[in-house]
Ligand binder design. Structure first.
Ligand code: NDP
Ligand SMILES: N[C@@H](CC=O)C(=O)O
Ligand code: NA
Length: 432
């Protein structure tokens, strides 16, 4: 019997495209046994063909989209270009022509995922995006399938490899921020514009995608509160260590009775928390469901082969579905319309480092302002004197963000306050 061949077009041949191409090559002999068909990359779309001429045969390489969309033999379009446009237009056109789509594009899925998944459903096509969240770590499929019997109430994770790499290098090797970012870029972890990584936008996009799936309601990137790591200093890292904590950029999504909370920010977590041990470019996602209890997913969240691994897994699923004529069986799962909470309506604990006039009564005045706003103090440290001012570190108990920020606003206008040097949210700190 003649061997079935599933024909693939790769849109993009950068870090991820290169990984996908290599894995398909490596697995060539295995594919018929694994998915009942061979996989063949027949077209590779890029902007600058000359850059790829030494790696990709000339007959496959194109810079003309019509060569892909006009080729009826192509079954699967794999979008690994990134960005919103022209990716969105190309994916829509592919789905409308009945082609299945695999994408790693979190920017697009976090903004237009709902629309694209509905379109895929209308055309009975697969639209799979495992690589869009936490790269090589299986998390989309577990949320959509393996954990589907749960009422998921919380997701918390380290979902940006670049920032985790930077924070690890700053903490463990004393590297400065710029040096660590350059290294992350050279290793292929960072986005084309690393602002998305360091300002928390990339993590925000991944969080929106996971929250939509887990809570069955549309959450877009615009709904997510984001704060990046650019203000984290070596000094805060030292204080964190002294308190038995690490500083990590966390994405936190909760399904509460009053609405959905979605936020990304640097967070102090105790060293004995499993997420504190997640270092370098590794990612990890904690999921809490009413049936499964806690589950944690850990692995490489970025890089050519780890991300390629997720993309190829999706391509193989499409090919398997083709064999059994059941493409499009798992589509959009947003059947609710839940409210999204503003950051001011969420609660947290806070670490504040500040410089106060070193004289009698300042600490009492500070405690008074905090108390008026329901922010009770759990830890107070006074270590250093800087130019006759006292450097004070405070960690509060859980308090509403709005009340805490009101306290900070009132407090910073007082004459005795020389500087609010940093504010970092704190995730549970032992018994204090
Ligand atoms: N890097 C990673 O570790 C991860 C990346 N992702 C996502 O995967 C996607 C790809 O990322 P990555 O591989 O790092 O990106 P790169 O910048 O390394 O590669 C992008 C590729 O797409 C091509 N391309 C870009 N725009 C166009 C266009 N308009 N028309 C044709 N070709 C185009 C580029 O071609 P040319 O060189 O000719 O411009 C290049 O080959 C992004 O959505 C990213 O967010 C997801 C998880 C991890
Ligand atoms: N820039 C991203 C790559 C994968 O999504 C990251 O650093 O995690
Ligand atoms: Na993934």
């Amino acid at each position: 019997m003649e061997q079935a061949v599933r024909k693939i077009a790769l849109l993009g041949m950068g870090t991820v495209g290169g990984g996908v191409y290599e894995i398909i090559e490596r697995q060539k002999e295995e594919m018929p046994f694994k998915i009942g068909a061979a996989l063949e990359v027949v077209k590779v779309l890029v902007r600058n063909k000359a850059k790829y001429a030494d790696r990709i045969p000339a007959e496959k390489l194109t810079d003309v989209w019509e060569d892909v969309i006009g080729d009826d033999s192509i079954d699967i379009v794999v979008e690994v270009m990134g960005g919103i446009e022209p990716a969105r237009t190309y994916i829509k056109a592919a789905l409308e022509k009945g082609k299945h789509v695999v994408t790693a594009n979190k920017d697009l899925m976090a903004m237009h995922g709902h629309e694209l998944l509905e379109l895929a459903g209308e055309h009975h096509c697969d639209l799979l995006f495992e690589a869009a969240v936490a790269g090589g770590i299986p998390i989309i499929r577990p949320l959509k399938q393996c954990l589907a019997g749960n009422n998921i109430t919380e997701i918390m994770g380290i979902i940006n490899g670049t920032t985790n790499f930077i924070l690890t290098k700053m903490k463990e090797d004393g590297m400065d921020f710029g040096e660590a970012l350059q290294l992350a870029t050279d290793l292929g972890y960072a986005e084309a514009d690393p602002t998305a990584d360091i300002e928390g936008y990339d993590a925000g996009r991944k969080l929106a995608i996971m929250a939509s799936i887990a809570f069955h309601t549309s959450v877009t990137f615009d709904d997510v509160f984001t704060e990046g790591i650019t203000k984290i200093t070596a000094k805060d890292m030292r204080y964190a260590k002294e308190m038995g904590c690490s500083i990590k950029l966390l994405g936190i999504a909760k399904n509460t009775e009053t609405g959905i909370e979605v936020k990304v920010h640097p967070t102090m977590i105790p060293e004995n928390h499993p997420l504190a041990a997640v270092n370098d470019s590794f990612n990890a996602v904690f999921v809490h469901g009413d049936a499964v209890d806690d589950a944690m997913f850990y692995g490489r969240g970025a890089g050519a082969l780890p991300t390629g691994s997720a993309v190829v897994g999706d391509i193989m699923d499409v090919a398997r579905n083709m064999l059994f004529h059941c493409n499009g069986r798992i589509g959009c799962s947003c059947y609710k319309n839940l409210p999204i909470k503003q950051i001011g309506d969420t609660t947290s604990r806070y670490y504040i480092r500040m410089r106060l006039e070193d004289r009698a009564g300042t600490l009492a005045a500070m405690a008074g302002v905090f108390a008026e706003n329901d922010a009770s103090i759990a830890i107070l440290l006074q270590k250093e004197t800087i130019e006759n001012d006292a450097e004070i570190v405070v960690v509060t108990h859980e308090v509403a963000e709005k009340k805490f920020m009101d306290a900070i606003k009132k407090f910073s206008s007082m004459e005795m306050v020389k500087e609010i040097s940093s504010i970092i949210r704190v995730y549970a700190l032992g018994n204090v």
